[in-house]
Design a protein around this ligand. Sequence first.
Ligand code: ADP
Ligand code: ZN
Ligand code: ZN
Length: 802
Amino acid sequence: MTIANVIVDVPASSINQTFDYTIPERFRDILQPGMRVIVPFGPRKVMGYVVSLADESSFDKLKELADVLDLTPILTPELLDLGKWLAEETLSLYITAYQAMLPQVLKANYKKELERLRQDSLSSELEAFFAGRDFVPYEELDNGHVRFSKVQKAIQDGDITVHYLVKSRVTKKYVTYLEPAREPHLLEEALQDMSDRAKKQQQLLTFFIEQPQEIKLKTVMKKFNTTRATINTLISKGLLRSFRQEVYRNPYAQTQFDRTEPLELTSEQHEAIKPVLHRIRDHAHEVFLLHGVTGSGKTEIYLQTIQEVIDRGEEAIVLVPEISLTPQMVNRFKARFGSNVAVLHSGLSQGEKYDEWRRVQQNEVQVVVGARSAVFAPFENLGIIIIDEEHETSYKQEDQPRYHARDVAIHRGDYHHCPVVLGSATPALESYARAHKGVYNLQTLSKRTNDKAMPDVHVVDMREELHAGNRTMFSRHLKESMEQRISRGEQVVLLLNRRGYSTFVMCRECGHVRECPHCDIALTFHKHSNQLRCHYCSYEEPVPMYCPMCSSDLIRFFGTGTQRIEEALTQLMPEVRLLRMDVDTTQRKGAHEKLLNQFANQEADILLGTQMIAKGLDFENVTLVGVLTADSMLNLPDFRASEKTFQLLTQVSGRAGRHDLPGEVIVQTYTPDHYSIELASRYDYWQFYQQEMKMRKRFQYPPYMFLSLVTISHENHVTAIQTAQQIAKQLWKYVRQDTVILGPTPSPIARVKDRYRYQCMIKYKHEPELRALINKIIRQFADDMRKRDLQISVDMQPYQLM
Ligand code: ADP
Ligand code: ZN
Ligand code: ZN
């Protein structure tokens, strides 16, 4: 093959295609699809991904590619295809899709060097190339003294390796080991001959006679409280030998994991796992929805299916939401599978992430546990993909490429003929609807494994508090309960929804919330214009002075920050030890874990926080969970508001009384009768599902309809509106009868970074040509996008509607 088809790293829609380059002679037998190359592009040189090779091109006068960055592909053929699919599915650029699949380090500038890993058995050509050195700058390969194919072969054979020396100083870490340099009986002899004064040397030798194997130098020094000098003496006598070995940065190195064994499954678990194991054994793709209350043993099912996959020599991906990637969760996988697990999440440094990724790429692990992007883990023999808490919106990426990890997982599961397991106590409505229809295989776990009942949920009507003269944020019941628990030495978790901060308007007297007459969604308060507005249909009205329902003047903007709660709580209960956990207190690396550890060590009575405390935490001593304002989420201008409220309430409830102490949940609300609050307090998912489906049907929202969101932004207000109008008009012209175009309306955040933003929402049942249509429309604005900085972005599955 003489021609490479390359996707270049130039993020512009006009360049979203492959470019052909001729392959210089010296790269011909090594270049493979999935490798990165440097190519001339206009006046510059840019990085690109080789997606395929060819013998001819329809263009003449091709340029030559300048350099090859990888000696082994970093994208497998599957991932190359997946990237293409992803770009097309999400209307993103190919380059953006490929970049999303790889660790940051591989996108940065870096130098490379080759290292020889063996002292013997290199071919004479390579021997001459290394010329006695252990490390050789990669550029020396360009001298042409050694063939690339030789180097590539040596890498495959594990004789040499490539290091990427990233500018951001991501270098490798080494550890020095010590091992006996002679047979034990020879060490024995040396020991006999040794002078009696050399006590330390004797101890060391005795140790290596008894355990003739390698051990970390540091460990030895500590164990025998000895110095480097003593050890050097033994080395110089030829009795011991030291060598360096690369270690991967292991963010969990400090943690000791007691290995756990598979538990005897309950009959419910057994029923649920059976069909999944069948699919694994049959090499068949199927999507399972594992619906099980908190504590019903879903994780144990994940662990045992993964064990089956491992035993078969295949690999597993486990996705968990970023905020549940707590040590507690990771520990469970490490404890079962040990070093066979790589962990990928945003809390790791660039270097750590790269190391973990490489362990996957080099087949050193069979299990990845990670957040959203771990769905792209470069495994080649996937046996299962698991998505825990599958309803979490953090699985949707809100930047290009705007993909949902669930869709990617299912696509990969299909490719690998393996099952995909979606697990949740509160599945996304879309998922449950699919399971209900039989598209997914539904498995239900209805009981907790310890047979403990879910904690009792008390719903407190905050309107009554007001009538009783209590104007604080804490109901009398919550206050009493907190005092009681704390005096008994138990702990309390308080949850506040920070989202929805001061955005909706509610009457504190009767609980009335202003909603759009056309959309059944709370109106949003716009401070600048002092108007209430609907984000779906642009309906507007002035902010009322008095409640339209009860004429009270206690109508006000709703929402309170954690800081204000903290102040109020300190006033109310000055003695109490409080930890606050929100975006402000968890910015620094490790802060999150530190707070959790403090709380686990009972250094505080109350943990106050936002959503991030609702997930995955498991504290034995927590017996009370308080939700301060259950409504604040309910009234977001989002058709998923009820669903999110139900999910959150169910989830926090699971935090109380997981162990021996009985738990209680107190939910404060101004709308105790709302079905999402009422049904969550009874843990009735099925009723909630039915009720919510009715609403979705009535107001034509997913899962009955699909949504796509086109957002237009420009510095000039008029340009933004006009473009949005033109786009809406064009869409109307070509879509089907039953498709609706809402807008253009200003985006909920109407101006970001001095750019005005408008949006059109497309609501449709069936539009097979929609992507092509949108692409075609957008292309008409290509000039403006390039020259006048007009931006048009499309989200084919919008979640963030505010
Ligand atoms: P979930 O993931 O559904 O919240 P977990 O898998 O965390 O549930 O299980 C809850 C608790 O029950 C854990 O402490 C777990 O060790 C325990 N557990 C799970 N399965 C079993 C079982 N078959 N027998 C005994 N204990 C179990
Ligand atoms: Zn009122
Ligand atoms: Zn409306």
